[in-house]
Design a protein. Structure first.
Length: 278
């Protein structure tokens, strides 16, 4: 597969973009030992700033595909349907501060609220992440603020891609340890990296989204979001230190045993943010 990936890269990219992709392909196949956090059953999982999370659709079929191939952009594997605004990369949720997993889950299981301060051309839009079960409380505050004229709410992007407290559509997500120098080298090739030149990004963006992205990457907020990364080509399984599962998988002993058999050095945790398999 390495030769296939390199061939695709050389046929698709040029200049700095090709350099970044080829470097990540080489690193992907490098045998590197990763130190991972260990937990006992019942302990709360702590997410360090810079930790990555990635959810997958489906159940064990998708899980097994990742175990075999790694976290690789679908464009490189020939499975792309051309629907992604950001392409040739693997999307990641990038933890922005040290926090408990349970708190992150509560936050993204809520809604994103946008409201305007003032009216007319001079009004200012503000976006805010409202935690699970805190919507009514926040709306009361907004409605009592004389400066806020309009507001609207939408589901967070994480709810679409990660196991959550409000949806069973996603049941499996990976928690990646990004603390090593090895990992830090790979994430330099982040499409959201503001140090990259515009020309470098062209083959990673749908042409309909290109101009908007060039603005958004310097003006990120809770809607954009300010929690996303997109790593060119992909990331290897060796960075996975834990698996977050939804309620359906948590209640299925066979599923848990299968996951553990494929990732013996990783923990499995639930939507309460606690380890259920060490």
């Amino acid at each position: 597969m390495k030769d296939k990936y390199i061939e695709y890269a050389k046929n698709t990219f040029k200049g700095k973009a090709l350099e970044l992709v080829l470097n990540n392909i080489e690193l992907f196949f490098k045998d590197e030992k990763i130190n991972k956090h260990k937990y006992k059953v019942g302990e709360e999982v702590k997410l360090s700033k810079g930790t990555y999370m990635h959810g997958i659709p489906g159940l064990l079929d998708s899980f097994d595909w990742v175990m075999k191939n790694g976290l690789v952009a679908v464009d490189f594997t020939g499975n792309s349907k051309g629907k992604n605004k950001i392409k040739n990369s693997i999307g990641m949720w990038n933890i922005k501060e040290d926090m408990l997993l349970k708190d992150y889950i509560i936050n993204y299981s809520g809604v994103t609220v946008t409201y305007t301060i003032g009216r007319g051309p001079g009004s200012k839009e503000v976006t805010k992440l409202i935690p699970y079960h805190k919507f009514d409380e926040e709306i009361e505050i907004i409605n009592n603020d004389e400066n806020i004229w309009t507001y609207w709410a939408e589901k967070t992007k994480e709810v679409t891609f990660l196991p959550s407290l409000v949806s069973n559509k996603r049941q499996i997500a990976f928690i990646l340890n990004m603390e090593s120098n090895y990992a830090k080298e790979m994430i330099k090739a982040d499409v959201w990296n503001t140090e990259l030149e515009e020309e470098t990004l062209k083959e990673f963006l749908d042409y309909r989204y290109y101009e908007k992205f060039l603005y958004e990457r310097f003006n990120r907020d809770s809607t954009t979001t300010d929690r996303e990364s997109a790593i060119m080509f992909g990331l290897p399984n060796r960075l996975i230190e834990g698996v977050l599962v939804g309620r359906k998988v948590e209640e299925n002993k066979e599923y848990l045993e299968h996951i553990k058999s494929k990732l013996p050095d990783c923990y499995i945790c639930n939507l309460d943010g606690k380890v259920i398999v060490e």
